[in-house]
Design a protein around this ligand. Structure first.
Ligand code: PLP
Ligand code: COI
Length: 337
C-alpha cells in the first residue's frame, strides 16, 4: 500500500504504480498496455510539442460506500475527447480502446483510490497526443493515447468553502470562433498568464466574459459557471466558446429531478449581480461556491462564508451518487471489477 495522507490530498501530481498506453500507427490502434514508468520518449519533431496537437480529458473514480470502485460517466468523456480529436485532426479513439484503457489504469492502481469517507477520489487523465514528426504545419500520422491516474482531494483549498473570482478585461481564454468548446492543451496555456496574475492578486479563479462583446458570461478558466437566481432557478451559459461540461450536464439533470427550473441561455454580465448563489462546476472543482466576483473597481458579493443552500443540495446529491450513498438512478457509474 502506498503511504499517502488521504484526508490531506490536494490536486497535485503524484506518481502511481503505472499508466496505460496505446499507439496509433499505420492507421491502427494497439491494445492498451500497462507501462511501469512515468516517462515517454518521442521524436523531437512530434506535432504535440511544436504545434499543440494535444487533447486531454478529466474524469474520476470513486471508492463507494460498499467498497467497490466506480467511474463516473466515462462514455461522456470519450465522446468529448473524440470531438476534440476531430477538431484538431487527431486519430479518434474507438470505444474498446478508450474504455479499456481507463478501466485498466484504475484497476492497476486500485491502491491509489482514496478510501471511502476521506473525501478524496482518483482523478483520471486521458491524453491524446500527436507523436509523429512534422516540420510543416499539419496533423501527425502517429498518436499516443495515455491514461494516467492521480489520487486527489479538493482543487481549491477548503472544498466547498467559497472562493473569490476576478474578471480581467485584458485577457481572453477563447477566441469567438476559436477552440474554447474543445479540450485541447493550448487553451490552458493561453489562460496561464491571467491565472497567475489573478492568483498573485488573491483570486484563485478567473471568470471570462465572451471575448467578442464582453457582455455575456462565458465560464471560469477551470470550470463552467452556474448561477442560482433569487427565484431559485438554475441558470448556466449557452455559449459556443465554452467547454460542454459533463458535471454541468449532470447537475442540470439533478436540478430537474429536484423540481428546480433549469435555463441554459446567454447570461448577460449585468444580470449576475442579482444572483442569489454563484458556483463553478467541473470534474476537478466539483461545485465550488463563488464568494464574490471582482471586476475593475466593482465587487459582486454572494455568501462569502458558506455555500448557498441550492448549490449545497446539488453538491450533496452529485457526490452522494458518486460515492454510492444515493441510488445511481441515471446509470452514471461504471464499476471497475
Ligand atoms: N470548463 C473548462 C474550461 C474545463 O477545463 C472544465 C474541466 O474539464 C470544465 C469546464 C468542466 O468540465 P467537466 O465537468 O466535464 O469536467
Ligand atoms: C477537469 O476538471 O477535469 C479539468 O480538466 C480542469 C483542469 C483545470 C484540471
Amino acid at each position: 500500500m502506498p503511504k499517502i495522507n488521504w484526508s490531506n490530498l490536494g490536486f497535485e501530481y503524484l506518481p502511481t504504480a503505472c499508466h496505460v498506453r496505446s499507439t496509433f500507427k499505420n492507421g491502427k490502434w494497439s491494445r492498451p498496455a500497462l507501462m511501469r514508468t512515468q516517462n515517454i520518449t518521442m521524436n523531437i519533431a512530434a506535432t504535440c510539442l511544436h504545434y499543440g496537437q494535444a487533447c486531454f480529458e478529466g474524469l474520476k473514480a470513486f471508492r463507494c460506500k460498499d467498497g467497490k470502485v466506480r467511474i463516473f460517466r466515462p462514455h461522456e468523456n470519450m465522446r468529448r475527447m473524440n470531438d476534440t480529436a476531430k477538431y484538431i485532426h487527431c486519430a479518434e479513439l474507438p470505444e474498446e480502446v478508450f474504455i479499456e484503457a481507463v478501466r485498466k489504469a484504475v484497476k492497476a492502481n486500485m491502491d491509489y483510490v482514496p478510501p471511502y469517507g476521506t473525501g478524496g477520489s482518483m482523478y483520471i487523465r486521458p491524453l491524446l497526443i500527436g507523436t509523429g514528426p512534422k516540420i510543416g504545419v499539419g496533423p501527425s500520422d502517429q498518436y499516443d493515447f495515455i491514461v494516467l491516474v492521480v489520487p486527489v482531494g479538493a482543487y481549491y483549498k477548503g472544498n466547498i468553502k467559497p472562493v473569490d473570482s476576478i474578471i480581467l478585461d485584458d485577457y481572453d481564454r477563447a477566441a469567438p470562433q476559436g477552440t474554447g468548446h474543445v479540450k485541447m492543451g493550448g487553451n490552458y496555456a493561453a489562460g496561464l498568464h491571467a491565472n497567475i496574475l489573478a492568483k498573485k492578486m488573491g483570486f484563485p479563479i478567473v471568470l471570462y466574459l465572451d471575448s467578442k462583446s464582453k457582455q455575456y458570461v462565458d465560464e471560469f478558466g477551470t470550470s463552467n459557471f452556474i448561477g442560482i437566481t433569487k427565484d431559485s432557478k438554475y441558470v448556466t451559459p449557452d455559449s459556443k466558446t465554452i467547454l460542454p461540461s459533463i458535471t454541468n450536464k449532470s447537475l442540470m439533470q439533478l436540478a430537474k429531478d429536484m423540481g428546480i427550473p433549469v435555463e441554459r441561455r446567454p447570461i448577460a454580465f449585468k444580470e449576475i449581480a442579482n444572483f442569489a448563489e454563484v458556483g463553478a462546476c467541473g470534474t476537478a472543482v466539483v461545485i465550488t461556491p463563488i464568494g464574490r466576483i471582482v471586476h475593475g473597481s466593482r465587487s459582486m458579493e454572494y455568501d462569502r462564508k458558506k455555500c448557498g443552500p441550492i448549490l449545497k443540495k446539488l453538491y450533496d446529491e452529485l457526490t452522494g451518487i458518486q460515492y454510492g450513498e444515493i441510488p445511481d438512478r441515471h446509470n452514471w457509474l461504471m464499476e471497475v471489477k
